[in-house]
Ligand binder design. Sequence first.
Ligand SMILES: Cc1cc2nc3c(=O)[nH]c(=O)nc-3n(C[C@H](O)[C@H](O)[C@H](O)COP(=O)(O)OP(=O)(O)OC[C@H]3O[C@@H](n4cnc5c(N)ncnc54)[C@H](O)[C@@H]3O)c2cc1C
Length: 387
Amino acid sequence: MKKNGGYDYIFAGAGAATLQIVGKFLEHKQFAKKSILILEQNTNKANDRTWCFWEEKSKNDWLPFVHSQWENITFSSESIQLKESILPYAYKMVRSNTYYTHVRELIAKNKNIKLRYEKVETFKPNAEWVDVYTDQNIYAGAYFFNSIFDWSVVRQQSKYPVLQQHFVGWFIKTDEDCFDASTANFMDFCVAQKGNTRFMYLLPLSATEALVEYTLFSKNLLQIAEYEREIRKYLTQKNVRNYRIVETEQGNIPMTCYPFSKHNSERVLHIGSAGGWTKASTGFTFKFIEQKAKKLVSFLITQSDMRLFEKRNRFWWYDLLFLDVLARYNHKGSFLFSKLFQHNNPITILRFLDEKTTFKQEIRIMRSFPVVMFIGELLRRLVRSLH
Ligand SMILES: Cc1cc2nc3c(=O)[nH]c(=O)nc-3n(C[C@H](O)[C@H](O)[C@H](O)COP(=O)(O)OP(=O)(O)OC[C@H]3O[C@@H](n4cnc5c(N)ncnc54)[C@H](O)[C@@H]3O)c2cc1C
């Protein structure tokens, strides 16, 4: 359908979700003739994200973009110090700029795809198309994919807890060898918790380079100075003294089971974090976007009603219960994650977070946690769902 000189597909935002979906379109001949418009407000998108994820070490799909990878991880807290191999997985890091540049080059070679730098202000679906209003134009699209995350949507409700994974990270370079580049420090809870779930995340890129992030899973952001103070303190504790900050990174990722899909309609699909594709209990999103992009491409070949795309699974319920607990007992995050790593093999944990475990394995994982805390929260949730 093309009306008003319109497009088959319009995307709001040219971030991870849009680019992965459009990248998948380019692999399928069914989409070769579709007219696609991507609207992005930021003319200067570069290394604004460091995307890390785990997958089989042998998988090569992201290879051209992988900046670093690790076969071992550590987990540390007051009660447990653990260093384990995660083979057959590897923990991989992609820096966004290389990926943005690659997809932008592909887009430039395909006449059916246009990327315009305009700010999307609103959209209005009707029975046959969707009008998309930007600061410069109005476009009509048969389908509209929205990746613009709106915090006010989740903050206007209280049924589902809303935490944030928020952090400030420094890429540092040291004068002397300080890091073991074979091992990613996944979570180090040996920092003051101050009533929240707070940890350090340290990814060594070489013996003299690392990304170190002070991270919280909590409701409210801190002042930048506090994240920075804690990074400085941590580096001193680890005897990392002579270093330069080469680059910085900052983010806050939504952690919520809010059902974003209820805003989808026949011709509108919310994608990426705006579509609830962020794993609520961890903030990991990148690999879920990959899975959803693949699924969406197959879906679009046979289906036309976007309300049918999202399906809830049992992992949504696990995430909801975990977030209910973490929101109420935010100071207990170190204790809860320690229990998880104490009682389960890290490979099973990663598989669980990927939503690929069996029910039997999931029961075993759940038994790692204090039953009373979770039963109490489950009962509260059941009562809440009756209202
Ligand atoms: C710093 C950072 C690091 C992260 N690291 C990881 C990680 O290691 N692993 C992981 O799994 N996840 C990570 N995430 C979470 C998640 O993977 C990323 O946020 C991912 O980029 C989400 O993709 P998206 O397409 O939903 O949103 P985005 O990539 O944010 O894309 C949305 C796009 O919309 C544009 N936009 C916004 N408003 C408008 C408007 N009005 N008009 C037009 N365009 C607009 C934005 O400029 C942006 O380009 C990280 C997030 C951040 C912020």
